[in-house]
Design a protein around this ligand. Structure first.
Ligand SMILES: Cc1cc2nc3c(=O)[nH]c(=O)nc-3n(C[C@H](O)[C@H](O)[C@H](O)COP(=O)(O)OP(=O)(O)OC[C@H]3O[C@@H](n4cnc5c(N)ncnc54)[C@H](O)[C@@H]3O)c2cc1C
Length: 397
C-alpha cells in the first residue's frame, strides 16, 4: 500500500487532526502531530459531571468512520445521545416540519457528542500508536518544497524544525498552515455569533433535535444523554454579547420567549459561551507539500450541523486515496490534486445548499413567515425532497 514509511506533520490535534493522525498512523506513516493545547483529560472511566459547552451533531457516515477507527465504543461507553427525530419551524410550532429516522429505515438520524469527549477518545487511541508522536507546540513557519516531490520544512513555536514529505494543516478556520501555504480563501462574515449552553427543560426532548428559525438566526435545542439539551443560538453579534452579560434568570426568560413552550419551561442554564460565525472556503485544498483538512479548508454556518461531518468526509476520502495509491502517495502531486478537487467540489455543493437555506430563512424583502412556511411546506409535501433532506442530515448520501 505504501512504498515507504512516509513522514507527515499534522498541524492541529482537534477532532479532524486527531482522526487524520489515527488513520495515517494505522496506515504505517510516521506522524508528528503538532498541538499546542495540552492533551485532553478525557476519557476516564466515569465522565465528568459537567457537560462540555460545545457539542456536535455527528452524522451516521461519521459514526461509521469512528467505528472503523475503533473509537466509537469508547464514546458510547462515556456519554452520547442519539437523535431519532428533527423538528424545524418558524412561527407556529404546530406547522413544524418533522423528520423521523424511520423514514430512512435507520434507528437514528445521528448522535450529539461533546467535542471534548470526541477529541479525548481520539487522543486515547493515539496514545497506543507508536507511529504518532505528539509535540506540544504550534506550527509557526514553513519552507515549501524546492522542487516537486522534495521535502517541506516546518518550523514550530518552540524552535524545533522538522522535514517531512507532507504537511497537513488541520489547524481550524483561522489556519496558519493555510496562510503560510499561500492558499487563497473566500470569507464571509455572517455578522452573527452562536451562543451555546446546556439547559434543562420540564418536558423530555424525546431524542429529537429542534430548530426554530427566528428573525435574528436559528435557535437549536440538541438532545443530551441526561435529558437536558444543548442550545446553539445564532443571532446578531451585539445581541449575543448582550445576552452573555444577562443574569441567568433574565437569560432564561429571553430563551423561553425565543423558543416557545415546545419543551415546557426552561430550567437551569449552564455556563454560556459565544462563537463568531463565518464561512471560509479555500480556493484549493492542496499545494506541493501541503494539504488542508477540516475547518482549515472549509468552515460553515452551524445551522445544518455539518462542519465536522464535512471534515470526517475529507478523512474518508483520504483513506480511499491511500488504499488506492500504489507507491508513496504523499509526494504525488497529481493524486493530491485529484483528492483536493473532488473534496472541494463536494463541499462546495453542501456550502451552496446551506447558503440557500440561510437565504431562504432570512429574506427581508418578503414576509418571512410566509416564505418559510412555504419552504417547509414544500419540503414536507414532496417525499423525494424530504428524503433528500433527511439523508443529508443523517449523512447517509
Ligand atoms: C457553535 C458551533 C456549533 C457547531 N455545531 C456543529 C454540529 O452540530 N455538527 C458539525 O458537524 N459541526 C458543528 N460545528 C463545526 C465544528 O465545530 C467544526 O467543524 C470542527 O470543530 C472543526 O474541527 P477541526 O479539527 O477542523 O478544527 P478545530 O476544532 O478548530 O481544531 C483545530 C486545532 O488546531 C489547533 N491549532 C490552532 N493553531 C495551530 C497551530 N498554529 N499549530 C498547531 N495546532 C494549531 C487548535 O489548538 C485546535 O486544537 C459547530 C461549530 C460551532 C462554532
Amino acid at each position: 500500500m505504501m512504498g515507504e514509511r512516509a513522514h507527515i506533520v499534522i498541524a492541529g490535534g482537534g477532532m479532524i487532526g486527531g482522526a487524520a493522525a489515527l488513520v495515517l498512523g494505522r496506515a504505517g506513516c510516521r506522524v508528528s502531530l503538532l498541538e499546542p493545547a495540552p492533551q485532553p483529560g478525557w476519557p476516564t472511566d466515569s465522565p465528568p459531571a459537567a457537560y462540555g459547552t460545545r457539542v456536535c451533531a455527528i452524522s451516521l457516515a461519521s459514526v461509521a468512520l469512528l467505528q472503523q477507527l475503533e473509537v466509537w465504543p469508547r464514546v458510547v461507553a462515556q456519554r452520547v445521545s442519539p437523535f431519532r427525530g428533527m423538528q424545524i419551524w418558524s412561527g407556529d410550532p404546530g406547522q413544524a416540519l418533522h423528520f423521523d429516522s424511520a423514514e430512512l429505515g435507520q434507528p437514528e438520524l445521528g448522535f450529539i457528542v461533546e467535542n471534548d469527549l470526541l477529541s479525548a477518545v481520539l487522543w486515547e487511541a493515539l496514545g497506543n500508536l507508536p507511529e504518532v508522536t505528539h509535540l506540544q507546540t504550534a506550527l509557526c513557519g514553513m519552507t515549501k518544497p524546492r522542487s516537486p516531490g522534495s521535502e517541506i520544512k516546518v518550523r514550530c513555536s518552540d524552535g524545533v524544525e522538522i522535514s517531512a514529505d507532507l504537511l497537513i494543516a488541520a489547524d481550524g478556520a483561522r489556519s496558519l498552515g493555510r496562510i503560510l501555504g499561500g492558499f487563497a480563501s473566500h470569507w464571509r462574515d455572517f455578522g452573527q455569533s452562536a451562543l451555546v449552553a446546556r439547559v434543562e427543560t420540564t418536558e423530555p426532548h424525546q431524542e429529537t433535535a429542534y430548530q426554530r428559525f427566528l428573525a435574528g438566526g436559528p435557535l437549536a435545542f440538541l438532545p443530551l444523554a441526561d435529558g437536558s439539551s444543548s442550545i446553539v443560538w445564532s443571532q446578531p453579534r451585539a445581541e449575543a454579547e448582550a445576552r452573555m452579560r444577562l443574569l441567568e434568570a433574565a437569560f432564561r426568560d429571553e430563551l423561553q420567549a425565543a423558543f416557545g413552550n415546545t419543551l415546557g419551561a426552561i430550567g437551569q442554564v449552564g455556563p454560556r459561551s459565544v462563537f463568531p460565525l463565518m464561512r471560509q472556503h479555500a480556493d484549493r485544498y492542496e499545494q506541493p507539500g501541503v494539504l488542508l483538512l477540516g475547518d482549515a479548508a472549509h468552515s460553515v454556518h452551524p445551522l445544518a450541523g455539518q462542519g465536522v461531518n464535512l471534515g470526517f468526509a475529507d478523512i474518508r476520502a483520504l483513506q480511499s486515496l491511500i488504499a488506492e495509491a500504489s507507491g508513496s502517495w504523499c509526494r504525488d502531486s497529481s493524486l493530491l490534486r485529484r483528492f483536493g478537487r473532488q473534496r472541494r467540489a463536494e463541499n462546495s455543493c453542501m456550502i451552496a445548499a446551506m447558503e440557500g437555506l440561510k437565504a431562504l430563512f432570512s429574506r427581508p424583502d418578503q414576509p418571512r413567515s410566509v416564505l418559510i412556511s412555504k419552504g417547509l411546506g414544500l419540503v414536507d409535501q414532496i417525499a423525494p425532497l424530504k428524503r433528500f433532506f433527511i439523508s443529508r442530515a443523517g449523512g447517509v448520501i
